[in-house]
Design a protein around this ligand. Structure first.
Ligand SMILES: Nc1ncnc2c1ncn2[C@@H]1O[C@H](COP(=O)(O)OP(=O)(O)OP(=O)(O)O)[C@@H](O)[C@H]1O
Length: 935
């Protein structure tokens, strides 16, 4: 082999070995790389596994958190929904039947029909202090683990714009999630259509009606049933309401008429009640707090065939417009297209029912109320309705506190009397027209209350400078006494100038009031003439400084004054007629009230008098005060009145619901308020109480007596006159023939009271020595009283049957003496008819009676009969002019005619603690007086 060949072989070998070495190295490196790659792969796999585990843990934690949050959120929402439902359906609107009771509410509520079936919430999480985080809240996921340690709630609730509900409070954390009631809106909102299962639907209708009735004031929900299939059987449990007029049924053919009527109501309410001022009764109520119309709920149960076209269109009208006017429909079995304000209930047993307002949420309907609950409630409501509406408070008639006495009475007196059933207040004016009012109502219908309410409304608006009351009550009892100061309450109504109570036997007091008003009328007429004014408004304008309040004279049970056919009623009617005719323009208004004006002959015999009373007020079942053609009073509910300012013309009727003014607390708070505002110079009214015996010490005339000069003619007071002013009856014992006083009758106490009054009042006019008194007691029954008087009189001699002859002898001598009498001598004789001493004594007494007065010797004697006095004076044919004044007690008028010159017998029937006084020197006729009591 050639060297070159060898060399080449060697070169090739060396090349191969080099290549092999390189290949081995490359292989090794490849092995190394593979190992490294495998190691990396293993690391990556391990890392991925770890990350997945971590992620799964984070996810589980987050899911747990979401569950917890969802649970809390659901519970909170359910709680909030339940609370909202409670607010929307409080009391009887939402209470379950087992604990249900009627609870009238302020405003219409939503009514519960069942409960919403909310999605099942997981078992509530344990109580925690923080709010669970919402998913998506907190740190965003960065592709790695959730920020914060796994299992830890890192974030408090941070809702963007709402406060979180407190999940730890209230029912939320209760074990049982709160029940969310399913509610529908009926009253003041809309209509309810019930579809689906029939029996369940019946229960729904019964429940709805009962809840509507139970949440409103009895009578405010009226139900009209149309049940052609069962003829009312579907509403049988509600039957007790029918007796009170709260439930009515229409027959199978009556749907059209019913719908027409309801449409009529809607139209009327829109026109006259809402009258463009309000869009709905709900709004009217919200603004005025009044609900002048009831809710009318028509329950239309199908089965009468498809409604006619007319019925259908009326139905549609009501569905559209009824709710605003309180006309609501509850419909079952009649097809109705859905629309706004119509809540559809698809009735089904179990949890499958639906109500429109709950959307897709299933509803479990409540079972119906038990028949016993329905009947008991309906009975209760019927009784309450029959008993009449609850009284309205007097405050509703009054202006705001602090806004009193702002009105001016120049043109008239205007005040509200209450609300009309349609809503607006009924205002009544006394002015030139109508000037006077006639009120009638059988006993117990609220006539007196009406007068109180009217007086309260007037007194709160007009100050005592603008209005004065004169009040007279002929009823037994003291109903007007509250206006005068009493023992328990010293306040009085500042406008009241006179109160006469218990005057049923003292008709003279009524006459006195009319006479007084007549005098006032004359005074006003004279002033008007002087100022060339034709009515009060003009007089007040011409004489702004003058005191010309409008006068309102109220005479309750005035028929007592006019009923007797005697001089009192004759004069009273004359005065009334004059006052009624002329008082209108002089601001003197008469309010006459009576149980039954139909019996007052004196009134109906004088149509001109009646015509002046153009304001007529009739309480329920009042007769004759409205004309025969006007029967409005017959159907009046309790505590209502018809007010008619046009002499009873039916078109002028206004019905008013009268507030209760009888409540003493309410009245006295008004009276005290006004009393505290009274002008300081305004004193209390004169209170004449026929049941109270007056006291001489209280007599203004007695208190005014002073010891005068010895030449002044002494005045003997005798008793209180029945008069507007508390005057004392008097007789002046001048130095003139006949100036003696005789007290006639058998009643010892009253005779002694008159003599005591005369003696004490005479003594008050003299210094102790200025006059001489002699008390002669000839009747042991009168001894105590005579001794009491004797003890009170200065320089007073005491005589009895033993020594009266001395006195008479002296007195007869004194009466006939020629020397001038230096001081008066008053001889007070108790039982003068029992004078001992026979003819001689009789002659002496006669001498004293006839001649004594001219010599200032006056006899004030008590004879126990008019005939006995006649005997003293000399018998049947004798003259009686020695007795110039007398006071008759239990003596009949006819017996007094000899002492009643020229006028026949006075009209007098004895009555307890009253006397008839006549003084021939001043009186035209006799006057009734009340002896002062012994104090
Ligand atoms: N509007 C009213 N609201 C509440 N209660 C009233 C109302 N009117 C009258 N009453 C009550 O009815 C009863 C009778 O009322 P009131 O005395 O006014 O009747 P009257 O017609 O004057 O009866 P009488 O002539 O027998 O006195 C009283 O207890 C009174 O409180």
């Amino acid at each position: 082999m050639s060297e070159s060949t060898k060399h080449r072989v060697m070169e090739i070998r060396a090349g191969l070995s080099h290549a092999l070495g390189a290949a081995q190295m490359a292989l090794e490196r490849a092995y190394e790389a593979r190992e490294a790659a495998e190691a990396r792969y293993r690391r990556i796999v391990a890392a991925a596994t770890a990350r997945r585990r971590k992620l799964a843990a984070a996810r589980d934690e987050r899911v747990r958190e979401i569950d917890t949050w969802h649970d809390g959120e659901l519970a909170a929402l359910a709680g909030a929904a339940a609370a909202a439902a409670d607010r929307a359906a409080p009391g009887a609107a939402g209470e379950p039947w087992h604990s249900w009771d009627p609870t009238p509410l302020e405003k219409a509520a939503e009514l519960r029909v069942g409960r919403l079936m909310l999605p099942e919430a997981p078992v509530p999480a344990p109580v925690r202090n923080e709010r669970p985080a919402r998913p998506g809240d907190g740190e965003p996921w960065t592709g790695g683990a959730w920020a914060g340690a796994p299992g830890e709630v890192t974030e408090a609730w941070a809702g963007p714009d709402s406060e979180p509900p407190d999940v730890t409070a209230g029912p939320v954390m209760d074990d049982t999630p709160p029940e969310v009631p399913a509610l529908v809106r009926l009253l003041d909102h809309g209509h309810v259509v019930v579809e689906g299962d029939r029996r369940t639907g019946d229960d729904v209708v019964a429940g709805l009606l009962l809840r509507a009735l139970g949440t409103s004031v009895p009578g405010q929900v009226q139900i009209i049933g149309y049940d052609p299939e069962n003829l009312g059987g579907g509403l049988a449990g509600f039957a007790p309401l029918a007796t009170a007029g709260v439930l009515a049924f229409v027959g199978p053919g009556g749907l059209e008429k019913l719908l027409d009527e309801l449409v009529g109501h809607v139209r009327r309410i829109n026109e006259t009640v809402l009258a463009g001022e309000y869009t709905s009764l709900r709004e009217l109520h919200a603004v005025t707090k009044r609900r002048p119309e009831p809710w009318r709920v028509a329950v239309l149960l199908g089965g009468g065939g498809e409604p006619s076209r007319h019925e259908r269109s009326q139905l549609d009208r009501l569905l559209r417009t009824g709710a605003a006017c309180g006309v609501h429909l509850v419909i079952r079995g009649i097809r109705v297209a859905p629309g706004p304000g119509i809540d559809v209930i698809v009735a089904a047993p179990g949890d499958d029912a639906r109500i429109g307002s709950a959307g897709a949420l299933p509803v479990r309907l409540d079972p119906g109320p038990t028949p016993s609950v329905v009947t008991a409630t309906c009975r209760q409501i019927a009784e309450a309705v029959a008993a009449g509406p609850a009284p309205v408070a007097l405050d509703s008639l009054l202006p705001e506190a602090g806004a009193e006495w702002r009105e001016v009475s120049a043109a008239g007196l205007t005040a509200p009397l209450g609300d009309s059933p349609q809503g607006p207040r009924v205002m009544v004016t006394l002015s030139d027209y109508p000037p006077h009012a006639l009120i009638a109502g059988p006993s117990g219908t609220g006539k007196t209350n009406f007068i109180y309410a009217w007086m309260g409304a007037l007194a709160a608006r007009y100050s005592p400078d603008e209005l004065a009351f004169y009040l007279l009550d002929f009823k037994e009892g003291v109903s007007f006494a509250r206006f005068a100061p009493g023992r328990r309450d010293p306040s009085w109504l500042p406008h009241v100038r006179l109160v006469g109570v218990n005057v049923n036997t003292d008709r003279e007091f009524g006459l006195a009031l009319l006479r007084f008003l007549s005098g006032e009328l004359k005074r006003r007429a004279d002033a008007a003439k002087q100022h060339e004014a034709t009515n009060l408004a003009e007089l007040r304008a011409e004489d702004p400084e003058g005191a010309w309040p409008r006068i309102v004279a109220v005479i309750d049970e005035f028929q007592v004054l006019l009923s007797g056919r005697d001089a009192v009623s004759g004069e009273a009617v004359d005065l009334l007629e004059d006052l009624a005719r002329r008082g209108r323009s002089q601001g003197i208004h008469l309010i006459l009230a009576s149980q039954d004006v139909s019996g007052i002959e004196a009134l109906w015999g004088r149509p001109a008098l009646v015509a002046q009373f153009s304001l007529r007020i009739a309480l329920p079942r009042a007769r004759r005060v409205l004309p025969e053609t006007n029967g409005a009073a017959d159907s009046l509910p309790r505590y209502h009145a018809v007010v008619n300012a046009d002499s009873g013309a039916p078109e002028a009727n206004r019905v008013v619901r009268v507030p209760s003014a009888g409540d003493r607390d309410q009245w006295s708070s008004l009276q005290h308020r006004l009393w505290r505002r009274r002008p300081p110079e305004l004193g209390p009214p004169r209170l004449f109480d026929g049941d109270v015996v007056p006291r001489l010490a209280d007599s203004p005339d007695y208190r005014a007596l002073r010891a005068a000069g010895s030449q002044a003619a002494p005045i003997a007071l005798l008793g209180e006159t029945i008069d507007v002013a508390a005057r004392s009856a008097r007789t002046v014992l001048r130095r003139a023939p006949g100036r003696n006083l005789a007290v006639l009758g058998t009643r010892v106490d009253e005779a002694c009271a008159v003599l005591a009054t005369a003696g004490r009042s005479l003594a008050a006019q003299f210094t102790p020595e200025g006059a001489r008194f002699s008390v002669v007691c000839l009747d042991t029954d009168a001894r105590t009283a005579a001794e009491a008087l004797h003890a009170r009189l200065p320089d007073c001699g005491w005589y009895d049957p033993e020594n009266v002859d001395w006195l008479l002898e002296d007195a007869a001598a004194e009466a006939t003496a020629a020397w001038p009498a230096d001081r008066p001598h008053f001889i007070l004789i108790y039982a003068a008819d029992a004078l001992p001493g026979g003819k001689a004594a009789g002659d002496q007494l006669r001498t004293v009676l006839r001649q004594g007065p001219e010599r200032r010797l006056h006899v004030l004697g008590w004879w126990r009969g008019a005939g006995l006095l006649r005997d003293t004076l000399g018998g049947h044919a004798s003259r009686t002019d020695a007795i110039g004044a007398w006071v008759a007690l239990d003596v009949h008028g006819s017996e007094l005619s000899p002492f009643y010159p020229g006028q026949g017998a006075p009209n007098w029937y004895p009555r307890p603690w009253r006397a008839l006084h006549f003084d021939r020197s001043v009186h035209r006729g006799a006057e009734v007086i009340i002896p002062y009591g012994s104090s």
